[in-house]
Design a binder for this molecule. Structure first.
Ligand code: PLP
Length: 429
């Protein structure tokens, strides 16, 4: 990390000028946006790309003989190329989805449909039977847990999970014991959206490959923040969302190794994803089109492409270095506040640019309200990850998460606010 040049303060100021929303005031206070882990703000280049598309080029893609349809299709496919390159994938390995949740469901229900006999010979490889095991982790976002529970219920496969150690890391000894001859799928997050833990993708992929299992990577909290090369990581499938990486809502991406994506039965069917349809039977297009049924979110995809451009221009390695420093500042800062417990890796351990904390005697919602009164936007609740909260004996936490536009001063304002919370609510007596 340290060998990479980080973002300089004057550069961050310039970056901030690209984000109109960061000028907002909340009551008497300047907004301090520390909720990028939920959704990131958008730079002018993304807002402009979407607006330009809507104003001048709006048309449905892939099916019009007219000029507008041609232009829209070109922009749509150009955006796919930008997003694919951004994560080290080939263009035909990226299918647009509504969000990461839909992408993860596309993989999960591909297994369900294959098991139900759909997809012919090619899909046989995805058939699951009783005795087969799907392995997830205890730190999964519900988006990468609930679909696998559904797969297990539909197929008779067993769901198992890699537990967590007290310091917020995956218990890798347990992982080695769990991943074995019965494992057919290993689905895991790259970065925990609660703990900030960065998982050992390489080692997990090795274990899965040795067991002959498919890997599904939830890259929601890594694609926006870390340089990502999906080919180099060797995962079979991955999912991420546009809105967490400066893009619009309503668009996400499903990655699948070409050979696999072409064999996986689609789970949303209808127009645009077919080659021939008779009253009795339908043949599907190859990937990625077989996963893009119905009229597509073209403006959003174009915005997603512009977001990938914006991030690439600054450099993910530099963004990661900046966030690493802020993540350490957050972790060190919260661990010095009496009555505040940091969930996840301690300061000093490599972690993402976020912290989730439990404030003794004050509910997370009150912490969030108190901070909002100072213009500080944080996330409170279970962050769609109840099991990981249960693991650490809490039902909710307060999460501050940073991005490339976050300053040290903003982190310090959060830490100051957090220091005052217990006193304000009389929880320090
Ligand atoms: N996985 C992780 C780790 C996340 O943080 C999120 C969003 O918070 C998701 C999955 C789901 O993303 P989306 O709601 O964009 O589908």
């Amino acid at each position: 990390m340290s060998s990479v040049e980080t973002l300089l303060p004057e550069e961050i100021e310039r970056i901030r000028n690209d984000f109109p929303l960061l000028e907002r005031r909340i009551g008497d206070h300047q907004l301090i946006y520390l909720d990028s882990g939920a959704t990131a703000q958008r730079p002018i280049s993304v807002l402009d790309a979407v607006q330009e598309f809507d104003e001048m080029r709006n048309a449905a893609v892939h099916r019009g003989a007219h000029t507008l349809a041609g232009e829209a299709t070109e922009l749509f496919e150009e955006a796919r190329h930008k997003v694919a390159s951004f994560v080290g994938a080939d263009d035909d390995e990226i299918a647009w989805t509504k969000n990461a949740t839909e992408a993860l469901n596309a993989v999960a229900y591909g297994f369900v449909n294959a098991t139900a006999g759909r997809g012919g010979e090619a899909a046989q490889r995805f058939v699951l039977r009783p005795g087969d095991e799907i392995v997830v982790t205890e730190m999964e976002h519900h988006a990468n847990l609930v679909p696998w529970q559904e797969v297990a219920a539909h197929t008779g496969a067993t769901l198992r999970y890699i537990p967590l150690s007290d310091n917020g890391a995956l218990d890798m000894d347990a992982a080695e014991g769990l991943i074995g001859e019965h494992t057919r799928v290993l689905a895991f997050t790259h970065v925990s959206n609660v703990l900030g833990t960065i998982n050992q993708v390489g080692r997990l992929v090795e274990l899965a490959q040795a067991a002959g299992a498919y890997t599904v990577l939830d890259a929601c909290q890594s694609a926006p923040h870390l340089p990502l090369d999906l080919h180099a990581l060797g995962v079979d499938f991955a999912a991420f969302s546009g809105h967490k990486m400066l893009g619009p809502t309503g668009v996400g991406a499903l990655y699948g190794r070409s050979e696999l994506l072409n064999a996986l039965p689609p789970f949303i069917t209808g127009g645009s994803m077919i080659t021939t349809v008779t009253m009795e039977h339908t043949d599907f297009m190859p990937a990625p089109t077989r996963f893009e049924a119905g009229t597509q979110m073209v403006a959003q995809a174009v915005g997603f492409g512009a977001a990938a451009d914006y991030l690439s221009h600054i450099g993910l390695d530099r963004i990661a270095a900046h966030e690493h420093a802020l993540g350490q500042r957050l972790a060190e800062g919260v661990s010095q506040i009496p009555g505040v417990r940091l969930l996840g890796p301690a300061a000093g351990v490599d972690r993402a640019g976020m912290v989730s904390v439990d404030v003794d005697g004050v509910h997370a919602h009150d912490v969030g309200q108190f901070l909002d009164d100072r213009g500080i936007a944080v996330r409170v609740g279970h962050h769609c990850a109840q099991p990981v909260h249960r693991r650490y004996g809490v039902t909710a936490s307060t999460r501050a998460s940073v991005y490339l536009y976050t300053t040290e001063a903003e982190v310090d304002a959060f830490l100051n606010g957090l220091s005052d919370v217990r006193g304000f609510f009389g929880a320090d007596r």
